[in-house]
Write a protein that binds this ligand. Structure first.
Ligand SMILES: Cc1ncc(COP(=O)(O)O)c(C=O)c1O
Length: 398
């Protein structure tokens, strides 16, 4: 599979883009969908009677239907948010907490699935953590033990650093058994794997559009049937009510209750186009392609003084995070920013630092790491080029 021609930036800039974990490139069809909205349909939604408003509303609703169908839920259970971070903050604000309630999460989480829970400590909420084993997989015995008495179990579907794909169905089953609400950060799974919200049987699931070929400022919080009725919206305003008097509120039904103010209409339409693009390829094929790239990376690096973190390729998503030593003494680590800088000079874009997962870096006892993350537009030739450039890095620093 070679999809590079669908992504104009690749031709225009000639950059090998291995930073899809941060955000993805956009295919021409997504760019066209946004431009088409601006050029032919610009209007606000859900308010006007005029034709442009009707068209904009239709396009926005159509996007939700596509997303709902893509992740196997109903459109009324899809709350559009600006990114996974907002989705996870919404989830924490939609749940009623009391002093002494416990949130169980893990040491691997991105800050977006950590800080919303740590903030609750001000209310007397206890936050506890599950550790990982030497392969970067969640310690499930510890998880089962600590789940007892939890009000919320908040875990990522896939780690943005070590790539580990967590057993979400198992986690949601454990959560049901102990009466906990399950919240899943799917920012790194929805763009890379088939995800079936109904089958996973979780209560909340958040994802970002911009990491799945869609425009920035898009994302979704999927909620289990019934939650839109019982939860109070974290923000309220235009579009969230059916009626309001100076004393009473009758909330709108479904997701509208949670989408206060004018949403990112053009972004949503772009998100719908991104879903169309991914569905045409098929998420199983996206996964297969990324696995091929992962395997190529692992077979290449045998001779490099490189340490990767996380489980083996078939248990992780399409990203590799590593540290690299200079060959001279085999002891000195080359700093992640130096590696990224060196690669940048060779038109290869990777991410370096702690990737918004500081606690995980402290847990792994490394100051920083370098991450190469893949998507459909990457090729095995590019992975080979990365390997050759890393060899040069080692030589240059020896
Ligand atoms: C696992 C994970 N969760 C949450 C986020 C936050 O995503 P966003 O910045 O789109 O809100 C990221 C972003 O890198 C992520 O990798």
């Amino acid at each position: 599979m070679n999809y590079q021609n669908d992504f104009p930036l690749i031709k225009n800039r000639g950059i090998t883009y291995f930073d899809s974990g941060a955000t993805t490139l956009k295919p021409q069809s997504v760019i066209d969908a946004v431009v088409n909205f601006y050029t032919h349909h610009t209007a606000n939604i859900h308010r006007g009677i005029h034709i442009l408003s009707e068209e904009a509303t239709e396009l926005y609703e159509e996007s939700k239907e596509k997303v709902a169908n893509f992740l196997n839920t109903k459109p009324e259970n899809v709350i559009y948010v600006k990114n996974a971070t907002e989705g996870l903050n919404f989830a924490s604000a939609m749940i009623d907490f009391s002093k002494g309630d416990k949130v169980l999460t893990s040491v691997t989480e991105h800050h977006s699935n950590l800080l919303p829970w740590l903030l609750l400590k001000k209310q007397g909420v206890i936050v506890d953590f599950v550790d990982i084993d030497e392969n970067g997989k969640l310690n499930m015995d510890e998880l089962v033990e600590k789940a007892k008495g939890a009000k919320v179990m908040a875990f990522s579907h896939a780690s943005n650093v070590i790539g580990t794909i967590n057993p979400v169905s198992e986690i949601s089953k454990i959560a049901r058994e102990v009466g906990a609400i399950s919240v899943i950060d799917a920012a790194q799974s929805v763009p890379h794997l088939p995800v079936n919200f109904s089958k996973l049987d979780v209560d909340f699931l958040a994802f970002s559009g911009h990491k799945m070929l869609a425009p920035s400022g898009t994302g979704g919080l999927l909620v289990k049937e019934g939650f839109t009725k019982t939860c109070t919206p974290p923000i309220a305003g235009g579009g969230t009510i059916e009626d309001v008097t100076l004393t009473d509120i009758k909330w709108a039904s479904g997701a509208e209750k949670f989408e206060g103010g004018t949403p990112n209409i053009e972004g949503a339409i772009g998100l719908g186009a991104a879903v169309d693009y991914l569905q045409k390829i098929g998420m199983k094929n996206v996964r297969r392609h990324e696995l091929e790239l992962l395997n190529r990376f692992y077979s290449n690096i045998q001779d490099l003084p490189l340490t990767t973190y996380g489980p083996k390729p078939n248990e992780r998503t399409g990203l590799v995070t590593f540290t690299l030593k200079s060959r001279l003494d085999g002891k000195m680590d080359i700093h992640a920013h130096d590696i990224a800088d060196f690669l940048n000079a060779r038109k290869i874009a990777v991410r370096s630092g702690k990737h918004c997962a500081h606690p995980l870096h402290y847990r792994l006892n490394i100051p920083a790491s370098t991450r190469a993350s893949f998507h459909v537009y990457n090729t095995t030739d590019e992975v080979d080029a990365l390997f050759l450039a890393l060899k040069e890095v080692v030589e240059a620093f020896s």
